[in-house]
Design a binder for this molecule. Structure first.
Ligand code: BGC
Length: 755
């Protein structure tokens, strides 16, 4: 392997062992005594800090600002907050890291990192062990690159199929999101660094994200989005919570007393710190008293609200000095609890075992790619197939990734980068980026006897002719999504539907492989033989897709989101506020273009006025909405096929414990994800348990799940708290939402649970 200059310098730097700041400080200082608790130690540090030092710790800049002091600084991620070196408190070096250590744009040119698949794919594994392994890998790379805070843990529920950022979120289900986000965060933090969970809360669309006001009553919010965050925080214990851009019931999420003080800090007893999203702060006194602890990416705010104005507010008492101490104590306490002080990451980049990490990315992809349809066992590809034509999706060069702050420029490089559609100011930062993992090359490598050809699909007639002449046609369909923009249609962009139709008409043995960042419509679904949803499959996506196509890997992914039959089925068939966004864009386009970018004058709303987004479905998010409407989606939540078959037997319900057996009745080893659903009186049926089980042919395993009572409760704002009604709760075990292979009843006693 040839080494780039950058890799060589990284390796050289690794030889220079840096002396951690903590080690330079005399242990006589009580706060460096690791036998004391983080509470004791943070109190001791706080007592030593000046007002200036406290203020400096509660506002942070873009990471790129670090370059101004030291052009060779490598820890220029998304954000930076200075520590207090005289007290041995390190700086916070923050990097985005939803899917890998993000390094898109100009931030760290020449840097590479391992790119995991999109979060929807990780969630499709329904396996917290896989999510944790991915988090552990990302955390280890971050640590080796010198970052101690990762902006990860996207846990917003997928409420709308068109959200541009769905690929960074996990699912439409509370339990699945809570379990998987918690596991990923746990994995990251196992490296002695902090992970956020974000974007708290109801940050469910990108169009007008800095202007919109999400409207939902307290009870349904507690039963849905907030419960997902609560469960993820319980499982993952993230050191920080990032509040979102949007407003929730009339108040910005980062100055929302209900969300921050009441729910997060009081009811859930959260002891970490709340950091803002970049450019999400709008006030000093309101934000500080509502529970925001740290302003991030202050260059994007109208002013540094937690700088001089906070100092002035503390001086006159509009923000109590004790509140400033609380902010700082939360940050310090968390830094100590997560080893940032005692075991800081190296100051110079360390070598990374990218080959080992690539295996984590590939294993995740192989476990999460979902086989949606497989008529007459078209897949796995028969060894007898002599001629295969692969069409479209840039399958000759690589696999697609999603755009925005989570963008990873991966280890193999970027074989193709295309401008984002529509241009606009974002286009200089955000590009359509492919990972160098060609499905075509991987298919060829696995089927050396077959003649495998490629057409890019731009000539539909030529593609159809090639499909007619081949034994099998594999069409790649792609849909790019990005932060800061929603997809305006659920249809595959451009002429891809026409291409798939033409190919399917020419060859009944047509397989469609999708690389999408969320659900898409498939008007051709009935006419193709097999459909594989590969999501954004990460830097080893091509290999993973090929392994499944040829049968080296038995597919086991299950959909974490419903695929509607058409856009009209979704709770909001169109994007609220899109007309306002378009009008503002048109106004901006007519203005003269600034020659230089001055961040302090950037208006993140883009001139879009505040507008409400109603969520009348409330807690009936995702598949529960379809159930409520009696609508049959194209593919249900939880759906996914295998090359083998599984039987469920012997359901037992004892108290809140549900158990049953799963048998692999087919001829191949494979993993199944049996799902347990409950239907409490007056509520839509919901997922209350699941487990991914790997079974050899003929093998049987027992599955047991225990139901969290909050999943069968209602939130009672009058109490306040959770209320489980006494009575019989129908329980079903099935392969997807709405399926009931086994049925039983759970007898529930009345129960009250504190918020
Ligand atoms: C995104 C966050 C991200 C932050 C820093 C924001 O635009 O919403 O998810 O962590 O930028 O890059």
């Amino acid at each position: 392997m040839t080494r780039t200059i950058w890799q060589a310098s990284v390796a050289a730097a690794a030889l220079m062992t840096s002396v951690p700041m903590a080690a330079q400080t005399t242990p006589a200082k009580g706060w460096m005594d690791a036998s004391r608790t983080p509470d004791e130690r943070s109190a001791l540090i706080l007592a030593q800090m000046t007002l200036e030092e406290k203020i400096a710790m509660v506002n942070g800049t873009f990471g790129s600002a670090l370059k101004r002091g030291n052009p060779n600084e490598t820890r220029t991620g998304a954000g930076h907050v200075p520590g207090v070196s005289r007290l041995g408190i390190p700086d916070l070096y923050e990097s985005d890291a939803s899917l890998g250590v993000a390094n898109g744009g100009e931030m760290r040119k020449g840097d590479v990192a391992t790119a995991l698949p999109g979060s929807l794919l990780t969630a499709s594994t329904f396996d917290p062990i896989i999510a944790e392994a991915g988090g552990r890998m990302i955390g280890s790379e971050s640590r080796a690159k010198g970052f101690n805070v990762l902006l990860a843990g996207g846990a917003n529920l997928v409420r709308d199929p068109w959200n541009g950022r769905n690929f960074e979120y996990l699912s439409e289900d509370v339990l699945l999101t809570g379990v998987m986000a918690g596991a990923a965060i746990k994995g990251i933090q196992s490296n002695g660094i902090v992970s956020t969970i974000k974007h708290y809360a109801l940050n469910a669309q990108e169009s007008g994200r800095n202007a919109l006001d999400a409207k939902m009553a307290e009870a349904p919010m507690r039963e849905s989005d907030l419960l997902a965050f609560e469960m993820a925080i319980e499982a993952g214990k993230p050191g920080s919570v990032m509040c979102g851009y949007n407003q929730v019931n009339g108040h910005y999420a980062c100055e929302n007393d209900f969300l921050l003080n009441t729910v997060l800090k009081k009811d859930w007893g959260y002891t970490g710190w709340v950091m803002s999203d970049w450019g999400a702060v709008h006030s000093t006194v309101k934000a500080a008293t509502a529970g925001l602890d740290q302003e991030s990416g202050q260059e994007l705010d109208k002013q540094v609200f937690f700088g001089a104005p906070l100092k002035a507010a503390v001086a006159v008492g509009t923000v109590p000095a004790a509140r400033l101490d609380d902010m700082v104590r939360r940050i310090l306490r968390t830094m100590i609890a997560h080893e940032l002080v005692d075991r800081p990451p190296p100051t110079m980049p360390q070598p990374i075992d990218y080959a080992a990490n690539a295996k984590v990315a590939q294993a995740t992809a192989e476990a999460g790619i979902v086989l949606l349809k497989n008529d007459r066992d078209l897949l796995p590809l028969a060894a007898t197939a002599k001629t295969i034509v692969v069409i479209g999706g840039h399958a000759d060069v690589g696999v697609l990734s999603g755009g925005g702050s989570s963008q990873v420029r991966s280890v193999g490089g970027v074989p193709l980068e295309l401008p984002m559609p529509g241009g606009g100011p974002l286009s200089s930062f955000i590009k359509i980026t492919y990972h160098a993992s060609s499905p075509l090359a991987a298919i060829k490598a696995r089927l050396p006897q077959a003649q495998v050809t490629y057409l890019d699909g731009t000539d539909v007639k030529a593609a159809a002719a090639a499909a007619r002449a081949a034994d099998i046609a594999i069409v790649f369909g792609e849909q790019w999504r990005t932060e800061a923009q929603d997809v305006e249609t659920l249809d595959l962009p451009g002429t891809q539907n026409a291409l798939i139709d033409a190919v399917a008409a020419a060859n009944a043995k047509t397989v469609v492989v999708l690389e999408t960042g969320g659900p898409v419509t498939m008007p051709w679904a009935g006419r193709v033989g097999a459909i594989l949803e590969a999501w954004y499959p990460g830097q080893k996506g091509g290999e993973a897709i090929a392994s499944i196509l040829v049968g080296d890997v038995n597919p086991s992914g299950r959909l974490p989101v419903t695929f509607p039959a058409n856009a009209a089925q979704a709770p909001r068939p169109t994007i609220p506020g899109l007309a306002l966004v378009k009008a503002a864009e048109a106004r901006n386009a007519a203005k003269p273009k600034a020659t230089t970018l001055d961040l302090s004058t950037v208006d993140l709303t883009g001139g879009v006025p505040s507008f409400p987004v109603e969520y009348p479905e409330g807690a009936d998010v995702g598949y529960r909405w379809y159930q409520r409407k009696g609508a049959a989606p194209l593919f249900a939540f939880g759906h996914g096929l295998s090359y083998t078959k599984f039987a469920y037997r012997d359901l037992k319900v004892v108290g809140d414990a549900i158990s049953f057996s799963v048998t692999n009745t087919g001829k191949r080893a494979g993993a199944d994800v049996p799902q347990v659903y409950a239907a409490p009186a007056g509520q839509m049926r919901r997922l209350v348990g699941f487990q991914r089980v790997l079974l050899q042919p003929g093998e049987t395993k027992q599955v047991s799940v225990t139901i969290d009572p909050r999943l069968i409760a209602r939130y009672d704002t009058a109490r306040p708290g959770w209320s489980v009604a006494a009575g019989a709760v129908p329980i079903t075990v099935g392969r997807q939402a709405g399926d009931a292979v086994l049925s039983g009843t759970m007898q529930v006693a009345a129960q009250a649970i504190k918020p």
